[in-house]
Write a protein that binds this ligand. Structure first.
Ligand code: NAD
Length: 360
């Protein structure tokens, strides 16, 4: 490829021309990827390693991004024109790995052209867009999967297992901290950039739907919130708290989940023993009056369950292919993406009104 790429198709490899539907008993899915910036290479790397995936094209409007792709995948069809992917008759599914403000238009065009969609978090810029895409996909019997990558990590799968099988007892709280220095985004606040991770994990782990959100925070550099404290209220006295911050001197990725019977700490930066389960708790025995309350603290064993180290994105993309080939609705579908977008909108509204409660 020359350095002055100006044509839309920059790879010498032309896209294959044979047309085929996934409903014709095919055992592979032909995928095109749009967006090869920071995250796109991870999607392409994982897709290219999956047996049931036929990676057809990669598109990025920036020729320099495609030059990087061509070095690693010399035989791949590369283009600067997203329509070559969106309208290709030989592509079954499109992965959209571009900034959030582009998700709606690209996903809509993909669905209108009969493609299944894998789209990055956050699903869309607002809930009306998400609802429109869900309706379109349903009408055309196409799958939408929103990349909530953490749900496929060994740690979150284990956390969900421990909460789901009652190990912790009834939940009291979920408290997640995701802070570091940068990476500042130009188009979205720290809420829309980092909180989708925690909100999607929370949505996956806590079975109830939230009732209300309160958020406070601040912007110090470019007018977009760079730190935020989000509190989510659930029925049954379950409270979640999420701290996201681009102005932290240290990187922290820690989630505490407290239950009546046990509590856990998930530190994602730990190479081993990411999750520790504490047999700790508080028991209160009611006496006759307030001075008769008996408080006893329980402090038992600590154990670190085994956490599977398989790359989350590989499992997630494999599941996307399964859902297409087996006509299944993914758990992280458009509805899951919409629930997260609704919470992001509520958090932003509350944050802009200095912590005013927003009922969901
Ligand atoms: N799941 C995760 O853990 C995770 C991690 C990082 C980023 N993301 C998400 O991935 C998405 C992309 O983030 P990023 O950090 O890679 O951004 P980025 O800016 O580094 O890359 C985006 C790329 O998309 C290209 N692009 C933009 N509009 C395009 C269009 N219409 N057609 C073709 N190409 C286009 C840009 O040229 C750029 O190369 C965001 O939604 C982000 O939230 C997810």
């Amino acid at each position: 490829m020359s350095s002055g790429v100006s044509t839309t198709t920059v790879s010498p490899a032309a896209p294959p021309q044979q047309v085929r539907g996934t409903d014709s008993g095919a055992d592979t899915v032909r995928v095109g990827v749009i967006g090869y910036g920071y995250w796109g290479p991870n999607i392409v790397r994982n897709l290219s390693a999956l047996d049931r995936c036929d990676l057809v094209s990669v598109c990025d409007t920036k020729p320099n991004a495609l030059k990087r792709a061509q070095k690693t995948y010399p035989a791949l069809h590369l283009t600067t024109d997203p329509n070559e992917v969106l309208q290709s008759p030989i592509i079954d599914a499109v992965a959209i790995v571009t900034p959030v403000w582009t998700h709606f238009e690209l996903a809509k065009a993909a669905l209108e052209n009969g493609k299944h969609v894998f789209v990055e978090k956050p699903f869309t810029s607002n809930s009306a867009q998400a609802a429109e895409l869900i309706e379109l996909a349903t009408r055309k019997n196409l799958r939408i999967m929103v990349d909530h990558t953490f749900l496929f990590s060994g740690a979150v799968r284990k956390v969900r297992e421990l909460v789901g099988n009652g190990t912790l007892g009834p939940l009291y709280y979920f408290d997640s901290t995701r802070v570091n220095l940068g990476l500042f985004q130009h188009d979205v606040s720290v809420v829309w950039d980092l909180a989708p991770h925690d909100l999607s994990i929370m949505d996956h782990v806590i079975d109830h739907q939230p009732e209300a959100i309160v958020a406070t925070g601040g912007n110090h550099l470019n007018g977009l919130a760079d730190m935020a404290f989000i509190t989510v209220y659930f029925p049954g006295n379950v409270t979640a708290h999420i701290n996201v911050n681009w102005l932290s001197p240290v990187k922290v990725r820690t989630t505490l989940i407290g239950g009546r019977d046990k509590m856990l700490v998930w530190n994602d930066l730990e190479p081993d023993e990411k999750i520790k389960v504490y047999d700790k708790g508080v028991d209160i025995t009611n006496g006759q009056g307030v001075y008769d309350l008996l408080v006893s603290y329980r402090s038992g064993d600590v154990w670190a369950p085994k956490v599977d180290a398989t790359e989350a994105l590989s499992l997630e993309l494999g599941y996307f292919l399964d859902c297409i080939l087996e006509d299944k609705t993914p758990s992280n579908d458009g509805e899951a993406g919409l629930r997260v977008v609704r919470m992001l909108e509520a958090a932003e509204q509350s944050l802009n009104n200095r912590g005013q409660i927003v009922v969901l």
